[in-house]
Ligand binder design. Structure first.
Ligand code: HEC
Length: 273
């Protein structure tokens, strides 16, 4: 690899270096030894998308924007009447045609969290729907972190567990000393130590919620996480729904055309045979 790079002229070398950098960066982002529960988004499930939008407006939009997405388009795609959206989903005093901006000042956000909460319009496309779903379910109590919680999927996340009121207080339990030590040892960078991550994953159970601390049952919370992930999947490519709708029309048109063409063909050849 290095030899090839050296033998190339300047610009080619730069291009190759950029390509190599990209190739190295992609697995770094995608590679995770965390077990992800599978989740297939379903854009035909309108009630789920509507609940996802409501949860997002109430629990996420205070910090995260969806700044490539307009309220009006979203309400129309999801079958939410404009007056209902204006009354129940828009808290920033914006008009229905406005972009889904956060009211959090960017400068303050950086000071408060260390990292400003990123825009989430594209998060589904970058991270994947299952990742988002698992990350929302992945918080656990960790006294060493500033907000008292850590995240199984996003180690040392700078985001508080904003859904704790719904889920309840999630605690993690590890079998065996080794797994418990790995969990407790903050100095160990788990991303760079996949073996440690696997021991931790295999020996810890992550779903224990202190009874009576959440408004939702385990199944209801699971559904809420799915609804938000489903909604963010829609936001990542809002044209998907429409493309599918148009696709059926196109296929129907082609089927009709096929029948007509066959009949016409028969008509033409009728006298020849
Ligand atoms: C109190 C502010 C706050 C709220 C409310 C909040 N977040 Fe976050 N979120 C953050 C911060 C800060 C980060 C950056 C974390 C980091 O980089 O360590 C983040 C990161 C994320 C990420 C990872 C983005 C990436 O690809 O790096 C996702 C996904 C996410 N949040 C989803 C949500 C969802 C869904 C909700 C609503 C249920 C929500 N957040 C509510 C502050 C918030």
């Amino acid at each position: 690899m290095n030899v090839a790079v050296r033998a190339m002229p300047g610009r080619g070398r730069l291009a190759l270096a950029i390509l190599a950098g990209m190739a190295a960066a992609v697995p770094a982002l995608a590679a995770t030894d965390v077990r992800l529960d599978p989740f297939d988004p379903d854009l035909t499930d309108k009630p789920s998308l509507q609940r996802g939008m409501a949860l997002f407006a109430n629990y996420c939009l205070g910090c995260h924007s969806l700044k490539f997405q307009r309220y009006e388009r979203t309400a129309d795609d999801l079958g939410i009447p404009h007056d209902v959206a204006l009354r129940n989903l828009i808290f920033t005093g914006q008009a229905i045609g406005g972009l889904m901006e956060t009211s959090m000042p960017a400068e303050g956000a950086k000071n408060w969290f260390g990292v400003p909460p990123p825009d989430l319009t594209m998060v589904d496309r970058v991270r994947g729907t299952a990742w988002v779903y698992n990350m929302l379910k992945g918080f656990y109590v960790d006294e060493k972190r500033p907000f008292g919680v850590n995240n199984r999927v996003f180690e040392n996340i700078a985001m508080p567990h904003v859904l704790i009121g719904l889920q309840g207080v999630p605690e993690v339990e590890c079998r065996g000393k080794k797994a418990a030590n790995i969990l407790a040892d903050r100095s160990r960078i788990l991303e760079k130590d996949p073996a440690a991550r696997r021991v931790r994953e295999d020996n810890c159970s992550w779903t224990r919620v202190v009874p009576g601390t959440g408004a939702y049952s385990a199944a209801e919370f699971d559904q809420a996480a799915k609804d938000i992930a489903n909604f963010l999947h829609y936001v990542g490519d809002p044209g998907r729904l429409e493309r599918r709708r148009i696709g059926y029309w196109v296929l129907g048109f082609l089927a009709g055309l096929f029948v007509l063409a066959t009949l016409l063909n028969r008509e033409y050849w009728k006298d020849v045979h």
